[in-house]
Design a protein around this ligand. Structure first.
Ligand SMILES: [Zn+2]
Ligand SMILES: [Zn+2]
Length: 378
């Protein structure tokens, strides 16, 4: 079994350093060692990792995680070595990594809801792999944490095999990476959480990588009207290119605009913003009998206030959706097939390519709304 020495990795050592990150440099590229993969684990040569708002939430302190941590959770790469005891992976396999390792045997996994895997959640909260350990080793003998079992901003990583999904060798890594978070979360939210069916009206609040993936999936599912809502004009323009039938500037007036465009509220509304205020708007923009889905992650202290009567009197549904309520091992191949068929053109989400040393600048671009999905090429 191979240990890897001197792996270049972007390490977060302190929460909530002030923006701009190009100056405060919350992520420091350091050389770490990696222990060999244990049983049920894989050593992966990472090749591409996307920058996601959930990374930003860790960096800015609104989603605290144990530190130091090798950040990044939307990644693709190639298996270098399989841990002792073997697995259904082999060296050379191309893999997408899911940010929830699914043990396969807890009550949530056996109920078909691997996004809610209980040991997976414990490992992710603790910053370890599913085995409860960290394979990272710093020169001072300490063990940096894994981010959501992935630690994608690094040249190599050890991951639980339960985090990996095999994909075809000819799928470019920079596209493959997007399936691990943006596409699973966004497309899953439209297909499985909102259950968009042909002819429905859909509104999407927040047009980052996840929101645009939701929009593409709503279109693929046959939505008749798709209203795209965001404060950033160029994101609304891209949404229209990708199939939105209308676009509306984000803000308090968006509710009335969506209601008007959809004849009294959209059948399905998907909020991806992570703001409880926008979630309340998304709910208000949903029609009687409709479903509001949220995939955003507000600060844990935030409360949501809604007109309680509407849930019953209007038969309304409000659904949370983690990892798009998807089953990664089933859905990554499904969504890749839809991509290949031209029905889910997720390559359009890719707005920039970075080196590992440019990762802080990349997060400035994401925070400012300039970027949709940037990937670090490794
Ligand atoms: Zn993400
Ligand atoms: Zn499980």
């Amino acid at each position: 079994m191979t240990a890897v020495r001197g792996v270049r990795a972007a390490v977060l050592t302190e929460l909530a350093r002030p923006a701009p990150y190009a100056e405060s440099r919350p992520l420091e590229v350091r050389e770490l060692d990696l222990d060999p993969p244990g049983p049920g684990e894989l050593l992966v040569r990472l090749r591409a990792t996307g920058l996601c708002h959930s990374d930003l939430s860790v960096i800015n302190g609104s989603r605290p995680r144990p530190l130091p941590m090798v950040l990044g959770h939307e990644a693709a790469g190639q298996v270098v070595e399989v841990g002792p005891g073997g697995s259904d992976f082999a060296a050379g396999d191309h893999v997408v990594l899911s940010f929830v390792p699914a043990c396969g045997s807890c009550r949530r996994c056996v109920a078909g809801r691997p996004a809610l895997c209980e040991p997976g959640a414990v490992a992710n909260r603790g910053g370890t792999l599913l085995s409860g350990t960290s394979r990272w080793l710093a020169p001072d003998g300490t063990r940096p944490h894994h981010h959501l079992g992935v630690s994608g901003f690094a040249e190599h990583a050890v991951v639980s095999a339960a985090s990996a999904i095999r994909v075809d060798d000819d799928l470019p890594f920079e596209i493959a990476a997007l399936f691990g978070c943006a596409v699973l979360t966004g497309a899953g939210a439209a297909f499985y959480s909102a259950r968009v069916v042909p002819g429905e009206s859909v509104a999407v609040f927040g047009l980052g990588g996840v929101g645009l993936a939701a929009l593409l999936a709503a279109r693929a599912a046959g939505a008749a009207a798709i209203v795209a809502v965001d404060v950033v004009e160029h994101k609304r323009a891209l949404a229209v290119e990708l199939g939105a039938t209308h676009s509306v500037p984000g803000g308090p007036d968006a509710v009335e605009a969506v209601r008007e465009l959809t004849g009294g509220g959209a059948d399905k509304v998907i909020d991806t913003t992570g703001s409880e205020k926008v979630l309340a708007q998304a709910y208000a923009a949903t029609t009687t009998g409709g479903t509001t889905v949220t995939v955003g992650l507000p600060h844990p202290d935030r409360q949501l206030v809604l007109p309680a009567l509407s849930l019953v009197a209007e038969e309304r549904t409000l659904r949370g959706s983690y990892l798009g309520s998807s089953v990664p091992r089933r859905d990554v191949p499904r969504f890749v097939d839809l991509y290949r068929a031209g029905r889910l053109p997720v390559d359009r989400l890719l707005s920039g390519r970075l080196t590992l040393d440019e990762v802080n600048t990349g997060f400035d671009q994401l925070a400012s709304g300039d970027a949709i999905r940037q990937v670090v090429l490794l």
